[in-house]
Design a protein around this ligand. Structure first.
Ligand SMILES: [Mg+2]
Length: 261
């Protein structure tokens, strides 16, 4: 959860100003939370409550529906989700919005079957498309594997075979050909997984993800959510993140970690 929010904040300044290097300042004055952090908090609050997921997501969505990034030029939420805030109807999207928000599920649940059920439930609420379900499932299963499996090649082999996802290319091999604003699950979840498998620290996972370009904040949020189960988030980095979120978000973050500790 904090891993995903941190990735989102670090990636936020690079989403529309892609960089193709791992060498960049993690935080700047402009680093800010976007939809990925907001909806990660919504997921955490859902897990902590007995309420309906839709009710909670609508609440967070409406609180932040006017939030913008890039000096007010771009809405923080995507078009599909903005439409959902009005209609409440799933919109069949194949985009990575269904994955960037689910890391609290993998952190809190001990039983993978329950975790998968919850991830599928959330995905069907908005992104009811087989491809989205495939990648949310693969993401949760990767999270569970990373909790106990130290050998990244074991994780790579298992996930790539089971889900028929290509995880064979290295970050250096992906980077030069990753030249569009990819926001589908298909073209961003595998890359986020590779960013983590190829790292030896939380920070390196985030640097790998951002260095690809594309949808930087969401790539880093997805990588950060996974990296959090494999590595410690350095305190210095966590404090930067906590200083950049709203009080309502900080409250959920603290409650969540108290609960899972
Ligand atoms: Mg975002």
């Amino acid at each position: 959860m904090l891993g995903a929010i941190t990735g989102d904040i670090i990636g936020s300044v690079y989403e529309f100003h892609n960089i193709k290097t791992k060498n960049f300042p993690l935080f700047s004055e402009k680093s800010t939370f976007t939809d990925d952090s907001i909806l990660t908090c919504a997921t955490a609050e859902w897990l902590l409550s007995n309420k309906d997921a839709k009710e909670i997501f609508l609440k967070w969505g409406h609180v932040y529906q006017n939030r913008t990034i890039e000096n007010g030029k771009i809405p923080a939420f995507g078009k599909g989700f903005m439409g959902w805030l009005q209609s409440g109807q799933p919109y069949g999207a194949k985009t990575n919005g269904c994955v960037m928000r689910i890391s609290p599920i993998g952190l809190m649940e001990k039983d993978i079957e329950i975790a998968l059920k919850k991830a599928i439930y959330l995905t069907n609420m908005t992104h009811n498309h087989p491809e989205s379900l495939k990648y949310t499932t693969a993401y949760i299963e990767t999270m569970f594997l990373l909790k106990k499996e130290k050998n990244p090649n074991m994780v790579r082999d298992y996930i790539s075979k089971k889900y028929e996802i290509d995880l064979s290319k290295s970050i250096d091999e992906i980077r030069p050909e990753y030249n569009k604003f990819y926001c589908s699950c298909k073209n961003s979840v595998p890359q986020a997984i590779v960013a983590v498998l190829e790292s030896s620290s939380y920070e390196e996972a985030i640097r790998n993800a951002v260095s690809l370009g594309g949808d930087s904040d969401t790539l880093a949020a997805m990588a950060g959510g996974l990296a959090e189960v494999k590595f410690q988030i350095p305190t210095k980095i966590a404090l930067q993140t906590l200083s950049r979120v709203d009080k309502s978000m900080r409250d959920v973050i603290f409650k969540f970690y108290q609960k899972i500790r």
